[in-house]
Design a protein around this ligand. Structure first.
Ligand SMILES: [Cu+2]
Length: 194
């Protein structure tokens, strides 16, 4: 027959195990224990002036990164317009941040094509391109979905996700940036990370 001491020991052990399981399930359910990979990572691309641009370019300032393509009929021009409005709302502080527009269609979007396209928007918007393999790797880092959709005339469009990623001063992903609000509200949030 077990002594009272060992009974207490067994009961205590069972409680500890139950508590551990409970905490484990709780952390898993709330996503704090999940193995979801972080968004973002180092990248080396070419900007719309043909100069190198990398994650290191933005060290010390928060920046927004958005993936799209210049032939996009609707989502990209709208998004870039809205991002331009945020830059305008920032006034002088716009110099302390950046918007990087990375093409998911590097074949057509050369640095020169991007520069020309971005001349329609606020000058704080910077384009980035690279060879398709390099661009694809950056897309993966940011969990970007991009797929070619062939058109009848041999042309094509791209189906793509359209998140805007807010990266902090250290280059760490903060959140998917919300543009569905007044530009000055978005600007105020961005300013908090400067
Ligand atoms: Cu688009």
């Amino acid at each position: 027959m077990a002594s009272p001491t060992s009974k207490i020991f067994y009961v205590a052990s069972a409680l500890v195990v139950a508590l551990a399981i409970f905490i484990g399930v709780f952390l898993f359910a709330t996503g704090q224990f999940s193995s979801a990979k972080p968004v973002g990572g180092p990248f080396k691309l070419t900007d719309d002036n043909g100069q190198p641009v990398s994650d290191a370019t933005f060290k010390g300032e928060p920046y927004l990164i958005y993936f799209g393509y210049t032939h996009c009929p609707d989502v990209c021009p709208t998004t870039l317009f809205e991002l331009s409005e945020v830059m305008k709302a920032l006034g002088k502080d716009a110099d302390r941040t950046a918007v990087l527009f990375v093409t998911i269609d590097p074949k057509r979007d050369t640095a020169a094509v991007m520069k020309d396209y971005l001349s329609n928007f606020d000058h704080h918007l910077m384009g980035a391109t690279g060879d398709p393999k390099t661009v694809r790797a950056v897309e993966k880092e940011f969990n970007v979905f991009a797929q070619k959709v062939p058109a009848k005339d041999g042309d094509y469009s791209m189906n793509h996700s359209s998140e805007i990623y807010l990266m902090d001063k250290q280059g760490q992903f903060v959140e998917a940036f919300n543009l569905k609000r007044k530009p000055k509200v978005s600007a105020a949030e961005l300013r908090q990370y400067m």
